[in-house]
Each structure stands twice: as C-alpha cells, then as structure tokens.
Design a protein around this ligand. Structure first.
Ligand code: JHZ
Ligand code: ZN
Length: 416
C-alpha cells in the first residue's frame, strides 16, 4: 500500500461545515485504501493509494468529521461500483418512503421531484409509476445509465450550488428534493445545502436520510467510517448546518436502515416539530454535542477488533475455513483496520454483478457470487454487510441448513 501526500487529497484543519478552528481528533484508523475502489485481478500487484482516516469533533457546531478530503472525481465518478437496487429491503424502504410522500402531498403531472445522488433510479422510479415528473442527479455514469434504462431521467453530474442555479433556470424548482446517504459524501457541504435551498419551492420539502451518529457510536459501527463519508451527523449538528442556509429541520424520523439512520424533513420556513425537539433534548442530555461523549470510542473500536481477531484465529487454529459476505464499502474498513486478508478469509460473496470478479481494496479477497457459499461450503462466513443481516441470513437458509455459520462483527462479534 502506498501513500503519496498531496495526491488527490487534502487534510482539513478547520471544520468543513462551520469553519471552526478547534477540531478535536478522537479516532485514528490509520492509512486506509479507498473503500469502493475495487481492484481488477490483473492489477493485484500494483500498489494501492492509501489516505489517512482520522475522525474529529468540532465543538463549535457539534459535527463529527474526518480530516482527509479525497478528490470526489476519484471517489465517485470513475467505475463507482455501488448500485442501490441489489437490496430488496432497500427497495422496499424507498418505495414506502415515496408512498408516504404521495399520501402527504398533492403531487401530479405539473409537480417536480428531484433526487440528489439518485444512483440507479431505485427511488424515483416509484414516482414515475405514479405519473409524477422526476429528475435524478448523480455523478456516477454506470448507475446513471441504469436509471435511464428504467425510465428515470438522470443528469450525470455533481450537485453543487452552481449546478442548482443552472438547473432551476432550466427546469424550475422542486416540490420535493430527496437526498439519501449523500450529504455526508459532499466535500462542499455548505454549497450543497445552499443548492438545496435554491432548488426548493417556497412550500417545498427536502427529505434527507443519513446514518445517525448516535447509533454509530452506540453500536461501534466504526466500519461505516471511510473516505466517502466526510461527516457523521447528529440532529444538533444538522440543525446548526441548515439554519445557516435559511433552511429549517422541522421533522425527524429514526429509521432502522444502515445500522440506524435519520430521515429529516427540511423546509425554507421554521415550523419545528416535537420530533426534532425530543431528539435534540436527548442529545443534549447524553452529551452527544460534547467531546467527552467520544472519549471512549477509540478504545471500544480496538476491543471489537481484538475480539474479532481472537475469534477468527481460534476458528482458523481449529482448522475451519472462513469466507465473508458483502463486498461493501464498510467491509473494506472492517477488513483493513483489523488486518484481515486472504490469509484468514478465502473469498467474499456479493450479489452485485459489477463487483463480482474484482478484489476487495487492501485485503484483496476475490469477490464471487453468493451461490459460491453453498458450492464451496466454508465453515464460517464473516458478515461484512451486517446492516442487511436479517435479509441475507434468510437468503442463505440452504447454506445454514448444511451447517454453515455466520459471524456478525458488530456491535460485538458473535456467531449465528
Ligand atoms: P451496503 C453503501 O455503503 C454505499 P456499503 C455508500 N457509501 C453509502 O453511503 C452507504 O451504502 C449508506 C451486497 N448485498 O449497501 C450489496 C448482497 O450481496 O450495506 C452491497 O455490495 N446481498 C454510498 O457499500 C453490500 O452487500 C444482499 O442480499 O457499505 C452491502 O453494502 C444484500 C442486501 C446486499 O453498503
Ligand atoms: Zn463546526
């Protein structure tokens, strides 16, 4: 692995949201390769770029963030392998989201729904089915092309403040702006939020989802930390961010997805609901807006790592074979931080055909189709996509009936 300082990345010294100068690092995961940069087998001997992965707290706006910013063109545009539509649970979650929005608002053929980071059209296609005009915006060309194929008009570009002005000039403003798991990915957070402000009609709403920082800390979901995720949000930090742009967090829902997420409803007028007040009061009560809250986290991450390695080394010493499930971005952090590779794990399986045939970053496990679990019968499978564990365990009933066992790594390694 290789680190070339200054190549395609920069280390921030001020808060990426509020500009505050007193960032406090509380977790250092070391130098890591890029979590979604899968390796072609023929490039297996070429050194990979690695970048520091240090997590810090800003006492001025309560935002948790990583210090390194890797150029987005490197992270997202070129051969980005993530396609939302490989998870039936995610599709169901997205469909339910759209049905709720349709039930809440009068939307028709003169409305406009825009999604930022619309990926393969997994969400917007539900509006198309109901005759509501949509436009997807996503910089990754593979997923964008897949979206157009299912009838979701998609502009292949990064969403920025400038992009928003141009878009509004050409298409007008939106009734609903969706943005799922993208706010944390954007280097110019303020430009992105200003763009959303411009994009919304006066009575429009932005419906935004992101993993919830509180669950990350509680459940030791440290593997969801990688270079694509620049920010880790609390309700308090979100409220601070949006207010600076004349947007108001009026409602919030907690969701199970991705290990525990928030869905926030942001509008260009203030009408703070009880859901927001309750969560913000809770965050204050437990101190989520203070550095102290994060003091123990680094030690808890190392405890998880030690327990997982102890379990895996015990199983190996007993002669068991072990594979992994899910060539997820978070899987790259889990493997590389724990120092797991082809010496302990034979391969990883994943349903995403765009990932199959490639190697995991850093660890270099070969990625195979899930059918290989039944075919090759590893004794144990490390569940890297633990956020979809229920769904995957159900799919793998045949492998489990044949004696196969899964290791779920978070919040604490256990065998199921
Ligand atoms: P998954 C992604 O992260 C991408 P990742 C991104 N970085 C982000 O922000 C978060 O989501 C929120 C596979 N799978 O989605 C598909 C099966 O093989 O949890 C995926 O490769 N069979 C933008 O990559 C992987 O597992 C299945 O049945 O960490 C899951 O990755 C299911 C359900 C999934 O997130
Ligand atoms: Zn800040």
């Amino acid at each position: 692995l290789l680190h070339q300082p200054g190549v395609a990345s920069q280390t921030e010294t001020a808060c990426r949201c509020c500009g505050g100068q007193s960032l406090h690092p509380f977790l250092d995961l070391g130098f890591m390769p890029l979590a979604d940069r899968l390796i072609r087998p023929e490039d297996g001997d070429t050194p990979e770029l690695t970048f520091p992965l240090v997590v810090a707290f800003c006492p001025d706006c309560a935002l948790v963030q990583i210090l390194e910013t890797v150029a987005p063109e490197i992270l997202f545009a070129d051969a980005y392998p993530y396609y939302s539509s490989f998870s039936p649970a995610l599709l169901e979650h997205s469909r339910a989201n759209v049905l709720q929005r349709l039930a809440e608002r009068e939307l028709g053929s003169s409305s406009l729904v825009v999604e930022l980071a619309s990926n393969d059209g997994y969400l917007l296609k539900n509006y198309v089915e109901h005759g509501v005009p949509v436009c997807g915006i996503d910089p990754a060309d593979g997923p964008a092309a897949a979206a157009r194929k299912v009838g979701v008009p998609t502009l292949c570009d990064f969403f920025t403040e400038e992009f928003a002005s141009k878009f509004v000039g050409e298409h007008g403003r939106a009734d609903i702006v969706h943005a799922n798991n993208v706010l944390a990915h954007v280097a110019d957070t303020n430009g992105f939020v200003a763009g959303i402000r411009n994009l919304l009609k006066p009575d429009g709403v932005a419906v935004i989802e992101m993993p919830y920082l509180l669950r990350l800390i509680e459940h030791v979901e440290f593997d969801t930390i990688y270079h694509e995720h620049l920010c880790y949000f609390s309700v308090t930090a979100l409220d601070n961010l949006f207010r600076r742009h004349g947007l108001f967090l009026n409602r919030v829902e907690e969701l199970e997805i991705h290990g525990g997420s928030l869905r926030i409803f942001v509008e260009p007028f203030e009408a703070t609901g009880e859901s927001v007040e309750t969560l913000m009061a809770h965050e204050k009560a437990i101190g989520l807006d203070t550095l102290d809250f994060f003091a123990e986290f680094s030690a808890r991450v190392d405890t998880l790592k030690e327990k997982l390695l102890a379990l895996i080394y015990t199983l190996k010493s007993e002669g068991h074979s072990i594979a992994a499930y899910g060539a997820a971005a978070k899987g790259a952090t889990m493997l590389n931080y724990c120092g797991l590779n082809t010496r302990q794990l034979d391969f990883v399986v994943d349903r995403n055909v765009n990932k199959q045939g490639m190697l995991m970053p850093g660890a270099h496990l070969p990625i195979l189709p899930p059918e290989e679990l039944v075919a090759r019968k590893p004794d144990f499978v490390l569940m890297l996509a633990w956020n979809f564990a229920d769904e995957i365990l159900a799919q793998q009933q045949e492998y489990r009936d044949a004696g196969g066992r899964f290791i779920i790594p978070v919040p604490e390694p256990r065998i199921v």
